[in-house]
Design a protein. Structure first.
Length: 473
């Protein structure tokens, strides 16, 4: 019996992960279409000043499923490094180590903050349970769990910067899926987990490839190609025609091409899938797609003429007056020493497509990044020899209050399509890490049997597990 032909749309971790497992298990012949010139999607890497840099700050967390982590260790070998987490958060003008350390909290926290947290904790003991009844919101969940002080001075201003909305406009789902330490108890547990004698496996550490985070997707793609997968970059999907045999139309280097498939697995944003599918998509689905949105981001790379800027891998900026949300130094993730006389800083600046930040020039964005660092006491003293920018239109799904209804309309439509699967971070409108995206890929392949039949009931069970994913910071 001939194996089914599966065309996968998108070569991020979910796309290449599924392709690799499909050909590895001999379940299908696979073609992957990717619009960029390299695999990895937003979890990819590229070169700046002779150094591999990522699309923002990425880590492979120890929470990765053991079977997936074992596979990655097998692919990457000694190139998959175990690294200590060593970042800082700016809080009321002071720098606090991240992950949080007990000694830092005891000695460096502003008294107004630590005192406020202590008072909030005391009040929580006596707070009536009735005060927690009613409609759940992002604001209510975090204030009940963490107290007003942490919310006011950290989570709420950070939320405004990341998602561009006031906390009251965000769904409760945002709190459940995006804030791993959603209560004081969980926060204390995280802090204690890195203390010698109480340390849990993997606490305070992460995995990172020697040649940039994109090496994960590149290694998976190489393994898939070696087993017969066809991965086509610079291939932008334009149309999906559904019939007895599905037909995908795409553009590659100015030429329009088509490919037929028995199954189409899409990691594209679900709103994009609705726009390219034929026959006509119900108007209700089109209308719903306009009611959910993604937060965009501009990434600003400063090439600095010095071996290392600081010892820290990442700096976090919750304060509203600092425009950046995070700044990372890729060299400190990999522990690399090349190039010897230069380092690269990557500033993250959330925005909306076509707003003033999105449209700003590289020179303007470089100056904005430099000024932000100077304003918080971290001036770049060495010469900045180059500024490079990248723009991500689909950086984060925005969980606006009430978005669930509109996503459900699109999701139910997509699930009703014959031999079409939508999965991955973008496809399921999920706030997920790379290890979560790979779990989706492995789960999807588990649901395809040796005869090319996809088990929808089993996939529904996997979807239930995916809904429990919480982003690792």
């Amino acid at each position: 019996m001939a194996r089914p032909r599966i065309v996968i749309l998108g070569a991020g971790p979910a796309g290449v992960g599924a392709a690799w497992q499909l050909v590895k298990q001999g379940k299908a012949d696979v073609t992957v279409l990717e619009q960029r010139d390299a695999v990895g999607g937003n979890a990819g890497s590229f070169e700046v000043a002779g150094m591999q840099v990522d699309y923002g700050s990425h880590r492979l967390h120890p929470a990765c499923e053991p079977r997936i982590l074992d596979d990655l260790k097998g692919l990457l070998g000694d190139d998959l490094l175990s690294r200590p987490r060593h970042g800082r958060i700016r809080l009321q003008g002071r720098w606090i180590h991240f992950p949080l350390k007990p000694q830092d909290l005891a000695l460096r926290l502003p008294f107004s903050f630590s005192g406020g947290v202590a008072l909030d904790a005391a009040k929580k003991v006596f707070r009536s349970k009735n005060g927690r009844n009613g409609h759940e919101t992002f604001t209510r969940i975090l204030e009940n769990g963490l107290g007003p002080t942490i919310c006011r001075d950290f989570y709420f201003p950070y939320a405004v910067k990341i998602w561009g909305l006031a906390p009251d406009e965000l769904s409760a789902t945002q709190a459940h899926r995006r804030v791993s330490a959603g209560s004081l108890g969980k926060m204390v547990k995280k802090i204690v987990s890195i203390v010698p004698g109480f340390k849990t496996p993997g606490a305070g550490r992460f995995f990172y490839p020697r040649e940039g985070f994109g090496q994960i997707s590149r290694s998976i793609a190489d393994a898939a190609i070696e087993l017969g997968a066809d991965i086509r970059t610079r291939s932008t999907v334009k149309k999906l025609d559904l019939g007895n045999v599905h037909r995908v139309t795409y553009e590659c280097e100015g030429e329009t091409r088509t490919i037929d498939a028995d199954h189409v697995w899409s990691t594209l944003p679900i709103t994009v899938l609705a726009r390219i599918t034929d026959p006509d998509v119900p108007q209700e689905v089109i209308d719903a797609s306009s009611q959910i949105s993604y937060r965009a981001m501009v990434l600003i790379y400063l090439v600095v003429d010095e071996p290392r800027w600081t010892e820290f891998d990442a700096h976090y900026f919750p304060e509203a007056e600092i425009k950046l949300t995070r700044l990372s130094e890729p060299k400190n993730y990999s522990g690399g020493n090349c190039p010897m006389g230069k380092t690269v800083l990557c500033g993250e600046l959330p925005c909306s497509v076509n707003d003033e930040i999105w449209k700003a020039s590289d020179e303007e964005l470089g100056e904005l990044c430099r000024e932000s660092l100077e304003r918080c006491g971290l001036p770049v003293k060495a010469r900045i020899s180059e500024v490079v920018t990248k723009r991500l239109a689909f950086a984060y799904p925005i969980y606006r209050e009430g978005y669930e209804k509109f996503f459900r309309i699109q999701d139910e439509w997509a699930q009703g399509l014959d031999r079409v699967l939508t999965f991955g971070r973008q496809g399921l409108f999920a706030h997920d890490n790379t290890h979560h995206a790979l779990a989706m890929a492995y789960g999807a392949v588990d649901c395809l049997d040796g005869n090319g039949r996809f088990d929808a009931d089993k996939w529904a069970e996997y979807r239930g597990e995916f809904a429990k994913h919480v982003v690792e910071d």
